[in-house]
Ligand binder design. Structure first.
Ligand code: 5GP
Ligand code: MN
Length: 315
């Protein structure tokens, strides 16, 4: 897919991604925004997302992100990155009303039926990698390259996950050629934690459980703990990876409590378990080795339900 061709004769574009936007979502949507404003100045372009973490403050024009709530403008085209429509939150109505729907996603649980134009590649590392393929190379500048690079490093854990391919690394090589300060970007957007975030991680790890004979680790933050630390979901980034690093663990479960007896669950796994199937069973989705879902019940209900589905895959 070529974005320039898809946007011929288009006068207004809305760009959106998923709720609780992560690095790939912010990187890919911002790269699309910067690319269109730079190369198609006649198009009226808006970007609609939940407010992202302040670590992404290094991305040019990040302050142009708008809250989609109550927006009634009808756009000629919508570009939906890194998600299915149902996870666009308050931007769903913008997607529905847009005349032309362009979907770019790498989630295995996206069946590619929602857009007028669908570019879905589950083996791609990130939506940012896929967007790069859709752009004219001479229309990319340092700021666009930086946003795409941020997306790729976040969804690959800085090039460590199995979703990294030779293509991913070739694209990353092209991107660092634009000359941004990538070591600082990796440190400040991916690894660095506030003292509070480090304290929460330490507490969750020390209170974690090992179940299913040590093959599954479980950590959680309930509302009481969140209130005590005055923490938000983005303060928990990286905790599920730390739970996954425990020797012998095939599946790491991290969950934080939402209002109304619900938990937001993140799962990470090795080759042995397909966690996208586990999450899909309860209405969520994602990738084989990284998936998520919102589940009802108390902590033990959620653990029991998840481990029941995980156990089925060991049979
Ligand atoms: P995370 O655990 O980091 O929130 O998400 C891991 C992966 O699963 C991401 O690719 C994310 O988009 C996907 N994911 C997380 N939560 C949900 C969910 O509730 N529904 C669906 N369909 N995908 C999710
Ligand atoms: Mn992604």
């Amino acid at each position: 897919m070529n974005l320039n061709s898809e946007l011929k004769n288009v006068k207004s574009v809305a760009i959106t991604g998923h709720i609780r936007p992560d690095g790939d979502c912010v990187g890919s949507t911002m790269a699309a925004y910067l690319y269109i404003t730079k190369n198609m100045p006649d198009i009226d372009v808006h970007i609609y997302l939940e407010k992202p973490s302040s670590v992404f403050g290094c991305i040019k024009d990040i302050e142009k992100i708008e809250n989609p709530k109550g927006v009634d403008k009808v756009f000629d085209a919508v570009i939906c990155l890194d998600t299915v429509k149902s996870r666009t939150g308050d931007a769903e109505h913008i997607f529905d009303k847009a005349s032309k729907k362009i979907c770019i996603d790498h989630h295995i649980t996206n069946d590619g039926s929602e857009g007028d134009v669908n570019y879905i590649r589950p083996e791609a590392s990130s939506a940012s990698e896929m967007l790069y393929e859709c752009l004219d190379k001479d229309g990319i500048d340092l700021e666009i390259a930086k946003a795409l690079y941020i997306g790729i490093i976040h969804d690959t854990g800085v090039f460590q996950y199995s979703n990294v391919s030779p293509l991913t690394l070739n694209i990353a090589a092209d991107l660092i050629g634009y000359g941004f300060d990538f070591p600082t970007i990796i440190m400040e957007t991916f690894y660095e934690k506030t003292y509070l975030q480090s304290q929460i991680m330490g507490r969750v790890l020390s209170e974690s459980l090992m179940v299913m004979d040590g093959r599954v680790s479980v950590g959680h933050v309930d509302q009481k703990m969140a209130k005590f630390y005055n923490s938000f979901p983005y303060d928990y980034d990286g905790i599920v990876n730390a739970l996954k690093q425990i020797k012998g663990v095939d599946v790491a479960i991290f969950m934080h409590e939402l209002p109304d007896h619900k938990y937001k669950v993140s799962l990470r796994s090795t080759d042995k378990i397909d966690v996208s199937k586990v999450c899909e069973y309860y209405g969520g989705g994602g990738h084989k080795k990284a998936a998520g879902v919102v589940m009802e019940g108390n902590f033990y209900d959620v653990v029991n339900n998840l481990t029941a589905q995980i156990a089925r895959q060991y049979d």
